[in-house]
Write a new protein. Structure first.
Length: 247
């Protein structure tokens, strides 16, 4: 059974079809990349999958359960989480506090009104695990504002991990990174694939072809091609529309 599946997913804004009858499948322990030029519908697709936008038509299933009408928080609680193109962290707070708050959102305990939220062992444990996996344990006490751009992107992934997701939707995680920071993020994605299904939206083609098991190419909101990196690289339609005619 697929971890996440969209069938015939569409989103219209008036006469514009931002996403047009897209079907896509994410499997556990696989990285599925979505590529396309600006305006192709990639981020809108992530917004539909994460529940931040309702679809005009089509369905989304998580572990075989129809979640098409579920809200974003309900999907996150069920194990589907995402990162954003722009850093979405709490800059004045420490790295640990950012991760703890994310974990606490997944496992709230409002009935423990007499206990400090910071004393919640489950949230602290998930935060520590997330920081370790993301390579941020050494900077746990630092304010997020003091991190490099690449570390902030790592922190955003760590905050996702603190919610114990099974499916990760990563929206341009390499944006604005240098070579060394990009490699760290690629290494992190490779490590996360062992126990996650990952959707990767990314403009860095070298990175996409290095880590993806499957690539879907979108043009004008619709799927142009989908297959292995080798199949996509040699597809004449993809070469003409996106890769500039070069294999």
């Amino acid at each position: 059974m697929s971890a996440l599946m969209a069938q015939g997913l569409s989103r219209r804004f008036g006469a514009l079809a931002a996403v047009d009858a897209v079907s896509i499948t994410l499997d556990a322990k696989r990285i599925h990349a979505v590529i396309g030029t600006n305006g192709a519908g990639k981020s809108t697709l992530i917004n539909l999958l994460s529940g931040e936008l309702p679809p005009s038509s089509g369905t989304v299933t998580l572990d075989g359960q129809d979640i098409t009408r579920w809200s974003q928080p309900k999907r996150a609680h069920a194990g589907l989480n995402r990162s954003y193109q722009r850093n979405n962290v709490f800059l004045p707070l420490s790295v640990r506090e950012n991760c703890r708050l994310a974990a606490q959102a997944r496992h709230p305990a409002p009935w423990k009104f007499w206990q400090s939220a910071q004393a919640c062992r489950l949230s602290q444990g998930r935060a520590d695990d997330a920081m370790e996996r993301a390579g941020l344990s050494a900077v746990a006490a630092r304010p997020a504002a003091s991190l490099s751009h690449g570390q902030k992107r790592q922190l955003e992934v760590a905050m996702c991990l603190a919610t114990a997701p099974r499916v990760l939707l990563l929206d341009e995680p390499l944006a604005g990174m240098g070579a060394e920071e990009s490699q760290r993020m690629l290494d992190l994605m490779q490590a996360l694939r062992s126990d996650h299904a990952i959707l990767l939206v990314e403009h860095d083609m070298d990175a996409v072809f290095a880590v993806a098991d499957t690539i879907t190419v979108m043009v004008n909101g619709a799927v142009l091609a989908s297959g292995t990196p080798a199949q996509v690289r040699t597809d004449p339609q993809v070469q003409h529309a996106y890769l500039g005619g070069h294999a």
